[in-house]
Design a protein around this ligand. Structure first.
Ligand SMILES: Nc1ncnc2c1ncn2[C@@H]1O[C@H](COP(=O)(O)OP(=O)(O)OP(=O)(O)O)[C@@H](O)[C@H]1O
Length: 301
């Protein structure tokens, strides 16, 4: 029996990371269907952005992937396994939205990160040497070792995010879900998190990030899933994160315009800026076109 379990575990570890969401609908107990017939597939070595307006169903998709809600129809498979099996094998780690965490709960930073190891421990949850080493490494990787004895509630927003990322690292899940990781953090912390996510992607992890920060999506996400209570578009960022698809996703609230020439600079610099804004959030910059003007003497030729 032990032998079979061992074989099953090593077989699971050998599977490349993948998420398959197939025709998933989620209806909450009050009868509200938050997501209908959603489908998308992602493979290993990927960072994917999950993008949509407030209430479009991003957290609901995360909950379905984590098994916190059961789809009314359709199915989710992680590394080819049903969700409950994948969760029990620590394949998937979750970094929740800050609002979903009770920060008054008295717990040390190192204990939060140790929670990532629970799935690897026996019933009594006595940490092994390996568990302690994994916690040390995870704290080191997010640059939070100096804070390990602090209460989690005493940290800043960005520090709390890093601790929860460390918990996900300690768990060693090959699929990592991050719900709004960039909300309420400074630019330095955002780029530190993005760099870490890139390293994890290069290690073959599959990372799904819900974000309102459209400006950073083309920078670090290979794939995009655009959501509005169903999947409107999914695929590589270059072909999916288009103005047309974004307008479909954000509906009337999204405005897109181009600033160039005199509106942008006082000289005759030919660069232009493509700006996307919506009525709820500040400006986000989508891209800069650099169409170099030919020097005047070239024109004369
Ligand atoms: N437990 C629940 N019971 C009933 N309806 C819910 C429940 N949780 C969420 N909803 C509803 O489902 C819809 C999708 O919610 P969800 O939290 O998935 O959206 P979201 O895209 O993550 O939003 P945000 O960007 O604001 O975090 C919303 O209309 C929300 O009110």
């Amino acid at each position: 029996m032990d032998r079979i379990d061992l074989l099953t575990r090593s077989d699971t570890l050998a599977r490349p990371a993948s998420i398959a969401v197939q025709d998933v609908s989620v209806t909450y107990p009050n009868g509200f269907t938050a997501v209908r017939d959603a489908s998308f597939e992602l493979g290993p070595g990927t960072i994917c952005a999950l993008v949509g307006v407030n209430g479009s169903g991003k957290s609901t998709i995360f909950k379905a992937i984590m098994g916190f809600v059961a789809p009314a129809t359709g199915q989710v498979r992680l590394c080819g396994l049903p969700v409950d099996k994948a969760v029990s094998k620590n394949i998937v780690a979750y970094v929740p939205q800050s609002e979903d965490v009770d920060w008054n709960f008295p717990v040390l930073v190192e204990d939060v990160v140790m929670m990532g190891r629970y799935g690897h421990m026996n019933l009594f949850r006595i940490p092994s040497k390996t568990d302690r080493r994994k916690v040390d490494e995870a704290l080191e990787r997010v640059n939070m070792s100096a804070y390990r004895k602090r209460q989690i509630g005493e940290l800043s927003g960005g520090q709390k995010k890093r601790v929860f990322l460390a918990r996900a690292l300690a768990q060693e899940g090959r699929i990592i879900l991050l719900d709004e990781p960039f909300t309420g953090i400074d630019v330095t912390t955002e780029s530190a998190i993005i760099n870490l996510l890139r390293e994890l992607r290069d290690d073959g992890h599959l990372i799904l990030v819900s974000t309102h920060n459209l400006g950073s999506v083309p920078d670090f996400c290979d794939q995009v899933v655009l959501l509005n209570r169903t999947v409107l578009a999914a695929g590589p960022t270059a072909t999916t994160f288009t103005q047309e698809n974004l307008e479909r996703t954000f509906g009337g609230v999204l405005r897109n315009f181009e600033l160039s020439g005199q509106a942008l600079h006082e000289d005759d610099d030919a660069r232009s800026l493509n700006v996307i804004t919506d009525d709820e959030r500040p400006l986000v910059f989508y891209g800069v076109k650099k169409t170099k003007k030919k020097p005047a003497r070239d024109k004369a030729k």
